[in-house]
Design a protein. Structure first.
Length: 235
């Protein structure tokens, strides 16, 4: 079968047989999982990073620091597909939880991303001039308020490109959510290939969509970086 015929077969199943509906669903789920996972990851990562950089002045902080370290080691030390399978097939039945596959993917991707973002955020916090903390405390702000209003915003700005890379990684890693029955871009195009017995064109189109998503994210990150640089210059 020549390439032109392969394109005709793909078009037949993509348009006339409604394959585009599955692709749109897969694209929506991919974006939901990646965006929600990043937001959850930023929240978890910020909390963990804060715990790990605060002075260890009492037993509670020391215990929290140990728990945070264990959390990071656990999620960075195991593949995300293993985390998905354990959560979906072990933890959910054990805890009598009833979540659909997309919700499970959002939770697991968020928790996994939180472990990586915590290290990024910790590095970002440590890169902020210590004088910023001293300045905040000198005007009467508490340690927590200074962290939230002065240190963390600057840390986020410092690690913005790295956060962009994490978002791109999340987009690409969503291809494993099929292990728990979620429909993503891979599942959508694989279904078209299975129905048409022709996988070349569906997989090429799938790759192009992933590339387009990555390019769009990269452009948005660059726009945000330029905007932040302009705001710094105007201050």
């Amino acid at each position: 079968m020549n390439f032109g015929r392969k394109i005709e077969v793909f078009y037949e199943f993509f348009v006339n047989h409604g394959g585009y509906n599955t692709v749109l669903l897969g694209l929506k789920n991919t974006c939901i999982i990646a965006v929600s996972g990043l937001i959850i990851g930023i929240i978890i990562g910020t909390l963990i990073a804060t715990v790990r950089v605060v002075p260890k002045n009492n037993a509670v902080v020391k215990i929290l620091d140990k728990i945070a370290g264990l959390y990071v080691s656990l999620f960075r030390g195991t593949p995300i597909v293993v985390q998905l399978l354990v959560f979906y097939y072990v933890l959910m039945p054990s805890l009598s939880m009833n979540l659909n596959s997309v919700a499970v993917a959002v939770v697991v991707f968020g928790m996994n991303s939180g472990a990586y973002i915590s290290e990024m955020m910790r590095a970002g916090i440590l890169s902020v001039d210590p004088g910023q903390m001293e300045g905040g405390r000198s005007v009467g702000l508490s340690y927590g308020t200074t962290m939230m209003k002065i240190i963390i915003p600057q840390a986020v700005k410092n690690i913005l490109p790295t956060l962009g890379n994490e978002f791109i990684s999340l987009i690409k890693e969503t291809s494993v959510v099929s292990f728990v029955g979620a429909t993503d871009l891979y599942v959508a195009f694989n279904r078209i290939g299975s129905n048409s017995y022709e996988f070349m064109v569906p997989y090429i189109v799938m790759a192009l969509i992933y590339i387009a998503l990555v390019v769009i994210i990269s452009m948005l990150i660059k726009i945000m970086e330029r905007s932040l640089r302009k705001s710094d210059k105007s201050m």
